[in-house]
Design a protein around this ligand. Structure first.
Ligand SMILES: [Zn+2]
Ligand SMILES: [Zn+2]
Length: 245
C-alpha cells in the first residue's frame, strides 16, 4: 500500500533521472523505482519484457504514473468488506502511521503538523497548507470580528498579535517565533497560498464557526466574495491536487 502518491511521484522522478544520467536500461529503471518505494510498495514479479525496447524514460515515467494513480483511485473506492481481505489491513496501516505522527497544531490556525515522527525536535513543526486563523477563533481585540486571514499571509504582514488571551504585549507577526515556546517550535513559511478547500470550508461552516466562538466574520473579518464561488467538488479537488492524486 502507498501512504500517499507523493512518494510515488518522487520515486518515479528519482528513478527516471538516475537512469537517464547513467544511460541505464528499463531493467535498471524498474529496480531503481522499486527500491525507492520499498517501504511503501512491494512488486511481486518483475517483468520488463513488454517494454525492454523503451528508451524514452520520461514516457515510461508518465505512463507508469497514470497507471498507478488510477490503481490508487480504485483502491480508495473499496468497501470495508473488501478491505478485510487485504493481508495488511489498510485501516491498521493508517492507525499505525497516524499514532506515531506529530499531532501538534499551529498556534494560529490549528492545522496539524504533518511530520511523521511524534517527537521530531529540533526540526520545527511544519504543514504545507495553513488555514484562516478565524478557524481557531482568533479575532480583533474589543470587537466580535473573527480574523479571516491565512496565517501564512499574516506572518508576511506588518501586523501584530497578542500571543496569549488577554496579554498586553503585541508581537509583530514577522517575529512570531519570539512569542514563546508554542510559537518558536513552528516554521510557518510566509506566502500567499490559500487552499480552495479552506475558503470553501469557511463559507460552508460560517454559521457554525460564528456560533461556536460567538464572534462574526464581519468588518475586517468579512469573507471575500471570491471565496463563495467554489463548489464542494472544487474544494475536494484542491485537496486531491495538494496530495498529487
Ligand atoms: Zn497556521
Ligand atoms: Zn510536528
Amino acid at each position: 500500500m502507498l501512504k500517499t502518491s507523493k512518494p510515488l511521484s518522487q520515486a518515479l522522478y528519482d528513478a527516471t533521472e538516475k537512469v537517464k544520467k547513467q544511460s541505464g536500461d528499463p531493467d535498471m529503471w524498474l529496480k531503481e523505482f522499486s527500491s525507492f518505494l520499498k517501504d511503501q510498495l512491494t512488486f511481486n514479479n518483475f517483468c520488463c519484457q513488454n517494454f525492454s525496447d523503451i528508451n524514452n524514460f520520461d514516457f515510461l515515467k508518465e505512463e507508469t504514473e497514470k497507471g498507478l494513480v488510477s490503481v490508487i483511485k480504485e483502491v480508495s473506492k473499496l468497501s470495508l468488506d473488501k478491505m478485510k481481505k487485504f493481508r495488511m489491513k489498510p485501516d491498521q496501516i493508517l492507525i499505525d502511521q497516524l499514532c506515531n505522527c506529530c499531532w501538534v497544531t499551529c498556534p494560529f490556525c490549528a492545522a496539524v503538523c504533518t511530520n511523521t515522527i511524534a517527537d521530531h525536535s529540533p526540526d520545527k513543526h511544519n504543514v504545507p497548507f495553513h488555514r484562516p486563523s478565524g478557524i481557531k477563533g482568533w479575532y480583533y481585540k474589543d470587537t466580535v470580528e473573527l480574523d479571516i486571514h491565512f496565517c501564512t499571509t499574516l506572518v508576511a504582514s506588518d501586523e501584530r498579535f497578542r500571543p496569549h488571551h488577554g496579554s498586553d504585549e503585541r508581537i509583530p507577526y514577522k517575529e512570531y517565533q519570539t512569542a514563546g515556546e508554542e510559537y518558536a517550535t513552528w516554521q510557518i513559511t510566509p506566502d500567499e497560498s490559500k487552499l480552495i478547500y479552506w475558503k470553501w470550508f469557511v463559507c460552508r461552516f460560517q454559521k457554525q464557526l460564528e456560533g461556536h466562538y460567538t464572534l462574526k466574520f464581519q468588518g475586517r473579518g468579512e469573507i471575500p466574495n471570491e471565496w463563495r464561488t467554489y463548489s464542494k467538488q472544487e474544494a475536494i479537488e484542491s485537496l486531491d491536487e495538494m496530495y498529487n492524486l
